[in-house]
Design a protein around this ligand. Structure first.
Ligand SMILES: Nc1ncnc2c1ncn2[C@@H]1O[C@H](COP(=O)(O)OP(=O)(O)OP(=O)(O)O)[C@@H](O)[C@H]1O
Ligand SMILES: [Mg+2]
Length: 365
């Protein structure tokens, strides 16, 4: 067989993206292919820089090419172009933002903000462009968790106002907390809260983002429902602790998203277990298995379990998320793994909905 582009593509058509379960050539993931002498060069354009199986895909490419051309030299550049959700663009808001994800729970205090912050920073560390909106009208805690004391800059352009998001740890942030005075109680009503969120979507200079994460207020009442309807959401991540009372509330949150046709991208179980220092002994303080049960019930993916760990709480209190402060720790590994699974799930969801829409469009024609 001759070493040329055509035959290399034939080899690469035997490599599947393990998440999407189609081959790289069909998925248009091979770019800039060239064969010069004995050297084969190409880019693999992944659907997210946080691809969980990046190394496997690269090794599979080498394996399939070497099987046919054992002598050739292979140079692969792994890159990415995050897929956007076509559903999201209907409202015209957030035109440069490819995906919008709500992090929600039914019950308060289960670690939504901790999970939202760490997932956002983990995705940014993987190379994605990430924004975070703290939409928690009851207790906007994200500025504290990211050690932010300043307020966003406001620029007036004629009669238009532009807000510049705060940038830290590689992500862009806006918070409901920036709109209220410190410690001042404020009673939000639905239209007021959705008005503030709309302003975050229309007046903030987000530019291009791969993922914009919304930390939602706890609960499943009218106000939360209104917020879910205000944001053009790609999907939602539900955070729960393992015990029944939390699962019961998380189930309500899942139902709320179902009602407004927002897919559940996955379930995260937080405060799942505690490893006693120096003993390696695991204590399931809040029970176990609740998150997996909920994932089964809601027909969604179980993204993973985060242990109770003082380093996670300290990261929140000190304003440096654990994934940034201690990137080599086991907690950071666990959260990064969840972020990668979530990114893969978003890609899959977009491939499915986008192809569904193409079918609908061609049926309409
Ligand atoms: N896995 C964990 N290990 C240790 N501490 C944690 C963990 N997850 C969250 N915490 C701590 O628990 C507290 C509550 O977490 P967080 O504020 O993220 O919850 P929340 O669901 O956003 O709460 P609310 O419903 O009030 O918005 C914080 O002090 C946080 O640092
Ligand atoms: Mg919170």
């Amino acid at each position: 067989m001759t070493l040329n582009n055509e035959n290399i593509l034939l080899c690469l058509s035997r490599v599947n993206d393990p998440d999407i379960k189609k081959d790289l050539v069909t998925l248009n993931m091979i770019a800039n292919l060239s064969v010069e002498g004995n050297t084969v060069k190409f880019d693999v354009v992944l659907t997210t820089p946080a691809c969980p199986l990046k190394d496997k895909i690269k090794n599979d490419c080498i394996y399939e090419i070497k099987k046919v051309f054992p002598e050739c030299e292979i140079k692969i550049n792994m890159t990415s172009n995050v897929l956007g959700s076509s559903k999201k663009e209907k409202g015209g808001l957030l035109a440069g933002v490819k995906n919008t994800i709500a992090v929600a729970s039914g019950k308060g205090g289960v670690g939504k903000s901790t999970v939202a912050v760490n997932l956002a920073v983990a995705l940014a560390l993987e190379g994605a462009k990430v924004g975070l909106i703290d939409a928690d009208i009851y207790g906007p805690s994200i500025p504290l968790m990211l050690g932010i004391t300043e307020k966003p800059q406001v620029i007036e352009l004629g009669d238009k106002i532009i807000l510049l998001p705060i940038q830290k740890f590689g992500i862009k942030l806006m918070s409901i907390g920036f709109l209220v005075e410190d410690n001042a109680p404020i009673i939000w009503r639905g239209p007021m809260a959705s008005g503030a969120l709309k302003q975050f979507m229309s007046d903030v200079e987000w530019n291009e983002l791969d993922y914009l994460i919304f930390d939602m207020p706890p609960g499943t009442g009218d106000i939360q429902l209104t917020l879910c309807q205000t944001i053009p959401l790609t999907g939602a991540v539900i955070v729960t602790t393992p015990q029944d009372v939390s699962i019961a509330d998380a189930r309500k949150a899942a139902k709320m998203f179902e009602r407004v046709n927002v897919p559940i991208l996955g379930i995260v179980e937080n405060m799942s277990y505690f490893i006693a220092p120096g003993t390696n002994q695991q204590f399931d303080i809040f029970g176990s298995g609740g998150g997996e049960k909920l994932a089964l019930e809601t027909n969604s993916v179980f993204l993973g379990k985060i242990p109770i760990d003082p380093a996670i709480r300290i990261g929140g209190d000190n304003g440096i998320p654990v994934v940034y402060d201690r990137p080599d720790s086991s907690e950071a590994d666990i959260i990064t793994d969840i972020a990668r699974k979530l990114a893969a799930e978003i890609s899959l969801s977009n491939i499915n909905t986008n192809s569904q829409q193409n079918i609908e469009i061609s049926l309409d024609d």
